[in-house]
Design a protein around this ligand. Structure first.
Ligand code: ATP
Ligand code: MG
Length: 394
C-alpha cells in the first residue's frame, strides 16, 4: 500500500477541448512550486503526487496555494484489486483511526470490475462492522467516510481531503499587467485575476524624491505575497517623477489625477504590448474616489485600446478588506508610505472630467517623449515568494 496525494481538478473538467493544455500547465506549475520534492503523474481524472514520508504536510501546504486544484486528497493506493485485498487494507487503515460512525462510498471508474458499486459498498460496510467492534453506519453525518475508487490500474482508499483554491492554473489564460500600488485594492485585484488563470506582471509608478524607497519596498512586499500564487512576479518600476512634475506645473489642478491616470494607462499599455500581455488589471472600484466615477473611468480608459479588467469594481471596501486579510496583504497595505497619487492630490479633483479638456491640457506637455523616456528607463525586478523579506527596509 502506497501513500500518495491526488488532486481533483474541479472546474477544469468543463474545459473539454483545452483539457490537456490545462493539465500540462497545472503539472508544470506544481513542479515549479514544489521543485524536486515530488514526483507527479496524471491522467484525465486525477493528478498523483508522491513524496517522501514526513514531507506530506509541507507538500499539502504548498498545494493549497496553487490555483486549478479543487480538492487535495491523501490516499492509499493498492495495485492488487481483488476484493479480499481491498477488505484487508481497509481494516488495516481503519484500525489506526478513532471513530464511531462511518459510511462507505464507492466510485467505480473501471467499468469492467466484476462487482458493481452498490454491491461493493454493502459488502465493504458489512466487513467493517464485522471486523471492528463498536462501529455504526451513519449515512447522513458519519465521522469517517471510507472512499474507495476502483480505477483501471489501482484501487484508491481515502478518508481525508482538503479544499483547494479552485480557479484556473496560472498562465492558462495568458498574461496581464497589474497596476500595483501600495494600496489595499490592487493586490486583491491581482489575486482575483491570477485566480482566473492570468499570469500577472506588475507595474508600479514611483516619483522619487516625492515617494520614498520604503514605498517601493512596500510594493515589493505586496508583489511577494502575490508571487505565492503567480509562481514568481516581474515588477516593472517606472520613474514617473518628470511626468508628474510636468503635469503639476502645466495643467489645472482639478485635472491632475485624471491626466496622471491617463499616463498610467498609456504606459501600462506599452508594457503590456512589449510583454505580450492581453489585458491591464487594476484596483479601481466604482465610486470609491473622484477618478473612479463612471465618467472618470470612461475618460481615463479612452487612451488605451487594450481591455482593462477591474476585478474589484463592484466590491464594497469592506469586502475588499476581507479578501486583503485573507491573502495577507492588508497589514502591508495599511503601512503609511506615500504613493505618487497621494502627494499631488488636489483639493477638488474633477468628478465629471471632459475628454476634450483632457486632450487640450495634455497638449501643453510633450508627453510622448516623457513616456518614451520613462519606459526606456524602467527597472524590472523578479520577485518570488521565497525572496528575503523587504520589510526591514520599510
Ligand atoms: P486604496 O486601496 O487606498 O484605494 P489604491 O491602490 O486602490 O489604494 P487608488 O487611488 O484607488 O489607489 O488607485 C486606483 C488603482 O490605480 C489602484 O488600485 C492601482 O491599480 C492603480 N494605481 C494607483 N496608483 C498607482 C501606482 N503608483 N502605481 C501603479 N498603479 C497604481
Ligand atoms: Mg482604491
Amino acid at each position: 500500500m502506497q501513500k500518495v496525494i491526488f488532486l481533483k481538478y474541479g472546474e477544469l473538467s468543463t474545459k473539454k477541448d483545452n483539457r490537456n493544455f490545462f493539465l500540462k500547465v497545472l503539472h508544470d506549475n506544481i513542479e515549479k512550486t514544489l521543485k524536486n520534492d515530488v514526483n507527479i503523474t496524471y491522467d484525465y481524472g486525477r493528478m498523483f503526487i508522491s513524496t517522501k514520508e514526513g514531507n506530506f504536510d509541507n507538500v499539502i501546504g504548498k498545494l493549497k496555494n496553487i490555483f486549478g486544484i479543487h480538492e487535495i486528497v491523501v490516499a492509499y493506493k493498492i495495485i492488487e484489486k481483488d476484493l479480499d485485498n481491498i477488505k484487508e487494507n481497509i481494516i488495516k487503515l481503519l484500525n489506526n483511526k478513532d471513530f464511531k460512525t462511518f459510511k462507505v462510498e464507492v466510485k467505480r471508474s473501471d467499468k469492467s470490475y466484476p462487482i458493481d458499486g452498490m454491491t461493493l459498498r454493502k459488502v465493504l460496510g458489512a466487513h467493517i462492522l464485522k471486523n471492528i467492534p463498536d462501529k455504526k453506519v451513519d449515512v447522513n453525518n458519519p465521522e469517517v467516510i471510507v472512499n474507495v475508487e476502483i480505477r483501471l490500474k489501482e484501487v484508491l482508499i481515502y478518508f481525508d481531503n482538503f479544499k483547494g483554491l479552485g480557479g484556473y492554473p496560472v498562465s492558462t489564460l495568458g498574461k496581464g499587467i497589474l497596476m500595483l500600488s501600495g494600496g489595499i485594492d490592487s493586490p486583491v485585484a491581482g489575486y482575483l485575476a491570477i485566480k482566473r488563470g492570468v499570469k500577472i506582471e506588475a507595474v508600479y509608478f514611483e516619483s522619487p524624491p516625492h515617494t520614498s524607497e520604503a514605498a517601493l519596498n512596500k510594493v515589493k512586499e505586496l508583489a511577494k505575497k502575490l508571487a505565492l500564487y503567480n509562481i514568481d512576479i516581474k515588477l516593472h518600476v517606472i520613474n514617473f517623477t518628470e511626468i508628474q512634475e510636468a503635469i503639476y506645473k502645466n495643467i489645472p489642478h482639478e485635472y491632475l489625477i485624471t491626466i496622471m491616470r491617463r499616463m498610467f494607462y498609456r504606459i501600462s499599455a506599452i508594457i503590456a504590448s512589449r510583454r505580450g500581455a492581453k489585458v491591464i488589471i487594476n484596483g479601481e472600484s466604482i465610486g470609491q474616489v473622484a477618478s473612479q466615477t463612471l465618467t472618470s473611468m470612461n475618460v481615463i480608459n479612452e487612451v488605451v485600446k487594450i481591455p482593462v479588467i477591474r476585478p474589484v469594481a463592484c466590491f464594497d471596501k469592506l469586502e475588499i478588506i476581507e479578501l486583503a486579510k485573507k491573502i495577507d496583504t492588508y497589514d502591508i497595505s495599511i503601512l503609511p508610505y506615500e504613493d505618487c497619487c497621494t502627494i499631488f492630490v488636489p483639493d477638488h479633483p474633477v468628478i465629471n472630467p471632459s475628454k476634450e479638456k483632457c486632450q487640450e491640457y495634455e497638449n501643453l506637455i510633450d508627453y510622448d517623449s516623457l513616456i518614451y523616456e520613462a519606459v526606456k528607463n524602467e527597472r524590472v525586478i523578479t520577485i518570488t515568494s521565497e525572496d528575503e523579506t523587504f520589510k526591514d527596509l520599510l
